[in-house]
Design a protein around this ligand. Structure first.
Ligand SMILES: NC(=O)c1ccc[n+]([C@@H]2O[C@H](COP(=O)([O-])OP(=O)(O)OC[C@H]3O[C@@H](n4cnc5c(N)ncnc54)[C@H](O)[C@@H]3O)[C@@H](O)[C@H]2O)c1
Length: 371
């Protein structure tokens, strides 16, 4: 390395580590080539300050332009409240993804003979994951706060199955059950109802959850508690109820918790600290319970989706086109995911194809969290 280059790098490193008050040191920087010299090199003088230096901690805030930190910060003025029940758009099951086929595939991916519960299965990602379980051979119980939507969706799954599998001799059983997953009583009541109708449960997918955008200072406390109640308590309560049932039956099982990439990164520009923390909790809950229940053959994994285009996110983005531009510019794949992009992931983790996978976090995010 040239001597002048080395000097410049040493100078930059020293400046980068210095606290802001010492941005322009009056003392010279020691280097192997200028040991303890008292020569008057000052870093606020040419040739040591240029446009690139101004972009480091040696520059004052804003010195290299208005763009500083622009795509890496949350913005307080972005506020999105989770809509009231009557304002939530319904979702449709996916068309053309089911049906028997005669392509070779691993038998261990089949869920034939299993019963799966999907919380939050009335719409969005939960509905499509419920469809993946049905398509892969399982009977399914949809659990949701919205009883009517859950019933419509359960019927929709049966109708699509019949459509795509004409002549099938066994029609899957798909039922709908009311539950507020944040209430222990409601969780136990709904599971008892499911056991009455299906006789057993082998699989659980916890998709009930929601997000909201408020800056932390303004976040209404009651809404924050509700958010944690559904996303964290709800996941925990249903997992414990199903694990207890599996242990009583001495049966193995698989639990898939729906976290989010927000459990590992901080989204920008929309502020959502409580949601991010809730999803980090879900991810670590999956690891913790995987260890705790490994002895019983109960596997617990997490799926962390990135930005998925559900009916609800579509509505948010239609109202905020700038948000869509920023989101897609931050995804290495360049596109948001579709709910059906989770069908393979949830089938893999629910089936024997993943028998030795437990405590894992499967990110389905177009490489968002890699950057
Ligand atoms: N959509 C995305 O981009 C995205 C990305 C990452 C993670 N996620 C997570 O995936 C899960 C599903 O999200 P979605 O986009 O499908 O949302 P959604 O709003 O479309 O569906 C969520 C479902 O959960 C139900 N629900 C809400 N509160 C409930 C409660 N207390 N008890 C029972 N059911 C309740 C709702 O009625 C709804 O049917 C959530 O946990 C969400 O945080 C979504």
């Amino acid at each position: 390395m040239f001597k002048s280059q080395l000097l410049r790098q040493v100078a930059r490193a020293a400046q980068a580590q210095a606290p802001r008050a010492a941005f322009r040191p009056s003392q010279p920087i020691a280097s192997s080539t200028r040991q303890f010299s008292h020569s008057p090199y000052r870093f606020d003088k040419e040739p040591y300050r240029d446009d690139v230096d101004a972009a480091t901690t040696s520059g004052e805030p804003g010195e290299s332009g208005d763009h500083e930190g622009q795509y890496a910060r949350t913005k307080e003025n972005i506020r999105v409240e989770y809509p009231e029940e009557e304002d939530l758009p319904p979702s449709q099951p996916v068309q053309g993804r089911g049906g028997f086929h005669f392509k070779r595939t691993l038998a261990s991916f089949s869920l034939e003979g299993r019963v799966g519960v999907v919380t939050g299965g009335a719409r969005g990602l939960g509905l499509v994951m419920a469809q993946a379980l049905v398509t892969s051979g399982a009977d399914v119980a949809i659990v949701d706060m919205n009883r009517d939507e859950a019933q419509r969706s359960a019927q929709g799954l049966i109708d699509i199955y019949k459509n795509e599998n004409p002549g099938s001799d066994k029609i899957p059983k798909v039922t709908a059950h009311f539950c507020d997953v944040s209430s222990p009583t409601s969780v136990n009541q709904s599971l008892a109802e499911i056991l009455k109708e299906h006789g057993k449960v082998d699989n659980l997918v916890t998709s009930a959850g929601f997000t909201e955008n408020y800056d932390a200072i303004s976040y209404p406390y009651d809404r924050m508690q509700k958010l944690w109640g559904v996303n964290v308590d709800g996941t925990y309560l249903y997992a414990v109820a199903v694990a207890k049932h599996l242990m009583e039956r001495s049966a193995p099982g698989s639990i898939v918790m729906i976290g989010s990439m927000s459990g590992s990164i901080v989204n920008v520009p929309q502020p959502q600290a409580p949601y991010n923390a809730a999803k980090a909790a879900v991810r670590h809950l999956a690891s913790s319970l995987a260890v705790e229940w490994a002895h019983a053959g109960i596997r617990v994994n997490c799926i962390s989706p990135g930005y998925m285009l559900t009916a609800l996110t579509k509505k948010i983005l239609d109202d905020n086109p700038e948000l869509q531009r920023q989101w897609t510019s931050l995804i290495p794949v360049g596109k948001m995911g579709r709910p059906e992009d989770l069908m393979g992931a949830v089938t893999f983790l629910s089936s024997d194809a993943s028998l030795y996978v437990t405590g894992a976090d499967l990110r389905v995010d177009g490489a968002y969290t890699c950057t």
